[in-house]
Design a protein around this ligand. Structure first.
Ligand SMILES: *[C@@H]1O[C@H](CO)[C@@H](O)[C@H](O)[C@H]1NC(C)=O
Ligand SMILES: *[C@@H]1O[C@H](CO)[C@@H](O)[C@H](O)[C@H]1NC(C)=O
Ligand SMILES: *[C@@H]1O[C@H](CO)[C@@H](O)[C@H](O)[C@H]1NC(C)=O
Length: 355
């Protein structure tokens, strides 16, 4: 009898892990092959070889990029060098990147590890850059003021909060206010790897301001990119391992109500909103196994989606660019400016294409 119970338990445990293994493979899109989709004129951006995890383009064509991310389980080609914020002027014919100097700061630059970034422009035209930072794998949000003349960033403030333990991306709504995605619940690396393996989906989204901080959405299987529509009425959230983009209505009191969710066959990372059309541009990982378990012989590929008319009954989804990793590995973000597309990656290069 004891033996029967024993075998039953072993059987149950095996079934449990088998189920989880198949759900894990599905969530990581382990078997997805890439069908290439090319753009006619693309150039690699000179000076970017260790990632451009996030980028944001201002209406005047100046682009900020975060580079040099160190993130548990993800490849880095320069694991011992601090990250940087780069600037690119997309009005130039062949734009070069320039490292922005960080000033006025008690910020430890040797452990600077920038991840998601977002800008806020106030009514006087002052530009604030909010940067998710992981010094020693901690999680902070750094507030900078952009000094255009000097091409520098003045560090103003470091924000930490118990509801911001593992921030991935932010969408700024003020110089010190933002929505932020926490991409996992557990901070302990061991518990966190189980959280990701089992797909516990405890990742959540927070609204932060100096006066109030609260959870505005929860239950995500790795909440990743977040972006706001230009009219400020909607918030878009990418749920990486569920392959979904959620559309929320944003209320005056900053709470969110879910309107709809779209399904994809790829791991959706960053969302940027097209300033001219309101379309969503999404950097994606077609095969998540390759991004989380890097193998130079079989590198992760890249995929960029464009979603038109997301608020209507029938949004159109187009694969604008897809590549097997020979040129570009691990896309996270794509953003447009005047008929051109700037594509960033977690740890690899950046590509600038004509549309
Ligand atoms: C892109 O994704 C990163 C995190 O994966 C995030 O920090 C960043 O803000 C996103 N960029 C845009 C333009 O949404
Ligand atoms: C926030 O505003 C929405 C819409 O008006 C309302 O339904 C909700 O109850 C409000 N929530 C809080 C916490 O005030
Ligand atoms: C990727 O695509 C390129 C060009 O289409 C091809 O030459 C190369 O062999 C492919 N690599 C892999 C690993 O499939």
């Amino acid at each position: 009898m004891a033996k029967v119970i024993m075998f039953t338990l072993v059987g149950l445990a095996l079934a449990f892990f088998k189920n989880h293994q198949s759900s894990y493979q599905k969530r990581f899109n382990a078997f997805r092959e890439i069908v290439p989709v090319d753009l006619p004129k693309c150039n690699l951006v000179k000076g970017i070889d260790t990632g451009a995890e996030d980028l944001e383009i201002l209406p005047n064509g100046l682009a900020f990029l975060s580079t040099g991310l160190k993130y548990p389980g993800i490849k880095s080609f320069e694991p011992n060098k601090p990250g940087k914020i780069l600037l690119m002027d997309l009005n130039e014919e062949d734009p070069a990147v320039l490292e922005l100097e960080i000033k006025g700061s008690n910020l430890d630059l040797s452990s600077f590890n920038p991840h998601g970034i977002s800008t806020f422009t106030d009514e006087d035209g002052a530009v604030y850059l909010l940067v998710v930072n992981h010094p020693a794998l901690d999680s902070t949000v750094e507030v900078f003021k952009f000094q255009e003349e000097e091409k520098s960033l003045l560090h103003l403030k470091t924000i930490t909060h118990e509801l911001l333990p593992s921030v991935n991306d932010i969408a700024a709504v003020g110089p010190e206010s933002f929505y932020a995605t926490n991409d996992h619940y557990f901070v302990d690396p061991y518990l966190r790897s189980w959280e990701i393996y089992l797909g516990i989906a405890w990742s959540y989204v927070v609204y932060y301001s100096p006066d109030e901080v609260h959870v505005v959405a929860e239950g995500f299987d790795f909440a990743n990119g977040i972006s706001i529509s230009h009219d400020g009425k909607y918030v878009y959230i990418a749920e990486l391992l569920a392959h979904k983009i959620h559309v929320y209505e944003k209320h005056a009191n900053w709470t969110l109500t879910l309107l709809k969710s779209l399904d994809f066959n790829t791991l959706v990372d960053n969302i940027s909103v097209d300033p001219a059309t309101g379309d969503l541009w999404v950097g994606c990982h077609p095969n998540g196994m390759k991004i989380f378990f890097y193998d130079a012989k079989s590198p992760p590929g890249s995929e960029v989606l464009r979603i038109q008319n997301i608020l209507t009954e029938e949004p159109q989804v187009t694969v604008v660019y897809a590549e097997n990793g020979t040129v570009l590995q691990g896309t996270t973000v794509a953003s447009v400016y005047k008929g051109k597309l700037l594509i960033g990656t977690v740890f690899h290069r950046a590509l600038y294409c004509e549309l």
